[in-house]
Design a protein around this ligand. Sequence first.
Ligand SMILES: [Mn+2]
Length: 232
Amino acid sequence: MKYVIGDIHANVRELERLLGILSLQKGDSLIFLGDYINKLPDTRETLSLLSALKDEYACTFIKGNHEFVWDRYLNGKETTRQEFLLRYGGKEALHEYGEDATKALENNNISAITHYLQPYLDLMQEMKDWLIVDEYIALHAGLSADQYAESPLIFREENYFLRPKHIPVQKKYLGRFVLVAGHTHLAEEPTVFPGYINIDLGAGYGKYLGAYAIEKRMVIRSDGKTFPFIPS
Ligand SMILES: [Mn+2]
């Protein structure tokens, strides 16, 4: 089975709960939609669980806007990205490393933060911007109208950040691929259109984590509730 898994934001409890429900088999594939950390404080445990999953299953890690910003900040030394990180959970991500770590973000001490977040940066090395799988394109946020006929897709910064109101949700990419995305927490249930499925079920806000089971054509929520993919 192939599963696309929504935004985790260090909610390792919901990730464990979801994995328990999926009861994975050898040969299963996991496609994570990005935003692995920030907002909730269990950075280390989340990263080590993801790394363990990578050893057991075929995993694809899609890059979210939070990875994009950390990458530009730590690897690209773009200190203007600090504002986003301070605002959207970067301090929470560093909390368990102690006061020096959160201070390092306040002081733009990039080398210190790089040290703390090394496992995150290692994982980032293998991240992709999108993945075509069966009749779907898995990506963090969305595509703009002008990209729906673009092949190969040229990914841009806005594709990590697009909100559903700016995504042509009735259309399919190249006329045949449905977007499976996270990024915007709309509801505790998936939001479904003919060309767009949103599975950010709010793990970053202490709510649920969702997985889209491709062969079953249904979203499985971390409490066990399921939602068939029936486009509105
Ligand atoms: Mn996001």
